[in-house]
Design a protein around this ligand. Structure first.
Ligand code: ADP
Length: 423
């Protein structure tokens, strides 16, 4: 009897263990199916160990299928949106309820080139701007906000953007997302800053000689009757010198503004460099500064003509020769010349054996009003605009210009000009 009972108990226990193992395996299949997002296989669906298992498996399969379809629909909708908005010139951004980026069209990726793929990143990783993130939050919450400008730090870069946004429902309709149209104001702002700086610099440059002239004139008006003739002559000479300075600055500013205008009026024609440089060198040798220096011209005999505006190039090489004479001491050697570099380009240079320029100033010397030694430049009648005029003219020829300190000492200004202008 006891043996029978024991055998029955063992059989029941084994049966229970078997059912538990099947259930366990079935649950494992269920978990895996949900995780991989694919319905249970036929043999998995029937293998549940419980009478209700087939119905449960069918419901789960239906849920998985619906969810997959929804996910696909969402991806399709986003892909469709991406295709529609991808080529818009306006930058478009869509973020979800947790600030994950779901859409960033090409124009937006161009604003933030630092981040290669914006989708699936959190907005906070790309955009460091508390006010913009507040704006995103408020837009998503449905507040009607006007378009706003933001300063945004992306890595080491500072951007200015203008954004306007609207809340949108998420594709599954369960949460609120937000869509933004963004304009990049960075280059506009940089230009504004350059303009502002330029106006401030130009006013400062003009004010200095003007205040000196005004001061001397006031002294003359008050005291000309009692003033010694010698002093009066000295005062008038100073006024004359500073009026000349004023005129040079205004002349250079006018030249620059003409060069920057839509019609700078360049007249291109073939120019043979050897006689052109010889003529310039002769002219500068006749000047007093030139007479104190040695001016050497070197152009290879076989060098053909270059298509250029000779008046404008006279201004370029005139400015460069003037600088070379101005910033070197008596007896220095100034070289002007050309060499063919490639078939379609020639390289010209003006170099001296003076003191050169501190390395940290080299990248700035083509900027308007930049001077290494302010006093020296003003003393010698410099306006600080000569090299920026040079750069503009070279660029209008489709060329490049840069400065290098020579190993042997002194400065070399190098120009690359295309032999022929593009039509
Ligand atoms: P500036 O009218 O003052 O000469 P530029 O634009 O021609 O203005 O030159 C800018 C600055 O570059 C000058 O003020 C001077 O400090 C420096 N510079 C230009 N050419 C030379 C040179 N050959 N040697 C040394 N410094 C130079």
């Amino acid at each position: 009897m006891t043996v029978l009972l024991f055998a029955l108990l063992t059989a029941a226990l084994l049966g229970l263990l078997w059912v538990l193992r099947r259930q366990n395996r079935a649950l494992q299949h269920l978990r895996e199916a949900v995780l991989r997002g694919q319905p249970l296989l036929r043999e998995e669906s029937s293998d549940g160990g419980l009478p209700a298992w087939p119905a449960l498996a069918e419901t789960v399969n239906q849920l998985i299928t619906d969810n997959t379809a929804l996910r696909q629909q969402r991806t399709d909708q986003l892909a469709q949106l991406e295709a529609t908005l991808g080529n818009l010139r306006e930058a478009v951004l869509i973020v979800d309820e947790s600030n994950y980026i779901h859409l960033a069209n090409r124009a937006l990726r161009e604003i933030f080139p630092g981040a290669r793929d914006l989708v699936n990143l959190r907005l906070e990783l790309i955009v460091r701007s508390g006010p913009f993130l507040d704006y995103v939050r408020a837009t998503r919450a449905g507040k009607e906000l006007p378009r706003e400008e933001f300063e945004i730090i992306d890595g080491a870069n500072l951007h200015w953007i203008e954004a306007s946004g609207a809340p949108i429902p998420s594709p599954d309709g369960k949460s609120q997302w937000a869509l933004f149209v963004i304009h990049d104001l960075t280059s506009h702002r940089k230009l504004e800053r350059v303009r502002r700086d330029f106006v401030a610099n130009a006013s400062h440059e003009l004010r200095t000689p003007l205040s000196i002239i005004k001061g001397y004139i006031e002294t003359l008006v008050d005291g000309h009757e009692t003033m010694a003739l010698e002093d009066r002559a000295k005062f008038l000479k100073t006024i004359q010198r500073h009026s000349d300075r004023l005129k040079s600055i205004i002349d250079d500013l006018l030249v620059l503004s003409r060069l920057e205008s839509a019609t700078p009026g360049l007249k291109f024609a073939p120019l043979t460099l050897a006689p052109f440089f010889q003529g310039l060198a002769d002219e500068y040798r006749r000047r007093s500064a030139g007479a104190d220096h040695e001016i050497v011209v070197t152009v290879p005999a076989e060098m053909g003509p270059v298509e250029a505006d000779s008046d404008k190039l006279t201004q370029v090489f005139g400015n460069l020769l003037e600088n070379a004479l101005k910033y070197t001491s008596k007896g220095s050697r100034v070289e002007i010349g050309a060499q063919a570099t490639m078939e379609d380009e020639i390289e010209c240079y003006v170099r001296d054996n003076g003191a050169g320029i501190p390395a940290e100033d080299l990248p700035h010397i083509f900027e308007r009003f930049f001077r290494v030694e302010k006093g020296r430049s003003r003393e010698t009648g410099g306006t600080g605009l000569g090299l920026s005029i040079v750069k503009h003219i070279v660029q209008l020829h489709g060329g490049r210009v840069w400065a290098e300190n020579r190993e042997s000492g002194g400065l070399a200004i190098i120009l690359r000009l295309p032999r022929q202008q593009k039509t």
